[in-house]
Design a protein around this ligand. Structure first.
Ligand code: SAH
Length: 396
């Protein structure tokens, strides 16, 4: 196995079991390795530290598969890691019965570059790193074995593949598209999942608990759901007994699925739903001009800051929607606000929301911090895994 030799002093993060090795920490590659090949990472003194996937095109030059130097990276390795990730979910009662479930959350499940989401008996897999791509056969076999699924769809079209020098690739690896489409039931609500054309692997599973939280708060409330996508939060609000739910998204196709989802749930009162195909930045101002106000405003925007270098511009965008969101909250109402940007930490996000409240002339208090569901765990050695953060704020 070729050796990836670190510069002096650059082994510290590996001692803490952080799985990434940046290009700037590497002294040289001793031997030959192609993208995705397994290399042994050694300190400048020649001490072996880990086995990792080599990625010559990426700033993240290697991602650790194992810190156990006796462990081979082979088919058996992927079988064990995939089975362990699936077992972790089965061990949590809140997750065990979920039809829509993240089975593998990349680094946080010890499988850098591997995402796998289950929607009923379909598994959608997304491979985002050279190492994961190299071992695609082993990963897919292991997923089929661990889940007994009848369909596997690959959605390896994430932008981050470019950074690894990988082409996008999508398609059915096992079975084919079911003619009736793919559906899951989440907290009693049936939702369509567009695994081929939808965002991510088709659905935002990470917000499952937070959508349930909204359902629990929504009885007799007027709710505004901004960035509604396929109406996950909106339908949970209706299921929770909301009086009126206004849903805003700039994507026509997402809103078409949203309305189809409502129709799939005849128990929900469609007369209580209003839809707006619009840019949230302008729609918040327009709603205000129209004299509207809401008991609960939900803001779940897309990732404005994929990395820390975008934090400045992203902060302004978060500030704007939160400021205008606060203005629409009726006295005594709630703002449920999120950021899924890796480049914006919780502390910064809270500061932005505080500034927005101040500039909106509202005093408000955090009643709950919100995070991703338990199938999106955060490995303690990999704090970067904590991308989703939210605040539930009560507004005077
Ligand atoms: N809350 C959703 C997920 C939101 S994803 C859920 O629980 O499923 C973010 C959504 O924001 C996408 O549907 C995207 O179409 C929409 N979007 C992005 N920029 C927008 C903008 N400026 N105005 C309105 N919608 C926008």
């Amino acid at each position: 196995m070729s050796k990836l030799i670190l510069q002096a002093g650059k082994e510290r993060s590996l001692f803490k079991h952080h799985p990434w090795l940046f290009a700037g920490s590497v002294d040289q590659l001793d031997g030959r390795a192609r993208p995705g090949d397994t290399v042994e990472v050694v300190s400048s003194r020649g001490e072996p530290l880990a086995r990792a996937a080599y990625s010559p095109h990426s700033q993240i030059r290697a991602r650790v598969w194992t810190f156990d130097l006796t462990e081979s990276v082979d088919h058996g390795f992927f079988k064990r890691r995939v089975a362990a990730a699936v077992a972790r979910r089965q061990a949590l009662p809140e997750l065990a019965g979920q039809e829509g479930l993240r089975l593998i959350h990349a680094e946080s499940d010890g499988l850098p570059g591997v995402i796998a989401d289950r929607y009923g008996d379909t598994v959608v897999v997304q491979l985002t790193s050279a190492g994961a791509d190299k071992w695609r056969g082993a990963i897919i076999d292991a997923l089929q074995l661990a889940t007994g699924c009848v369909r596997i769809f690959e959605r390896s079209d994430s932008e981050v593949r470019k950074l690894e020098g990988l082409e996008p690739t999508t398609g059915w690896l096992l079975g084919e598209a079911p003619p009736e489409g793919i559906h899951i039931v989440e907290n009693g609500v049936t939702m369509t999942v567009d695994v081929v054309g939808g965002h991510k692997t088709g659905f935002y599973l990470d917000q499952r608990d937070n959508r349930k939280r909204l359902a629990d708060l929504a009885k007799d409330k007027r709710v505004l759901n901004c960035f509604c996508y396929t109406a996950g939060f909106s339908l949970q609000a209706l299921a929770g007994g909301a009086l009126d739910v206004v849903s805003v998204d700039s994507s026509g196709p997402a809103l078409a699925i949203a309305q189809h989802n409502l129709a799939l749930n005849p128990a929900l009162d469609a007369n209580r739903a209003r839809w707006r195909e619009a840019d949230v930045f302008t729609e918040l101002r327009d709603l205000r001009k129209a004299g509207e106000s809401f008991d609960i405003v939900v803001l779940d925007p897309p990732k404005f800051a994929p990395s820390a270098s975008h934090a400045d511009r992203a902060s302004k965008a978060y500030k704007d929607i939160n400021l205008n969101g606060f203005k629409l909250v009726a006295p005594g109402g709630l703002l449920m606000t999120y950021s899924c940007s890796g480049g914006i930490g919780l502390e910064l996000f809270q500061k932005i929301v505080a500034g927005a409240a101040r500039d909106a002339g509202r005093s408000a208090r955090i009643i709950q911090r919100l995070q991703g569901s338990a199938d999106h765990p955060v490995d303690l050695a990999f704090p970067e895994g904590e991308y989703l953060k939210g605040l539930l704020v009560q507004v005077d």
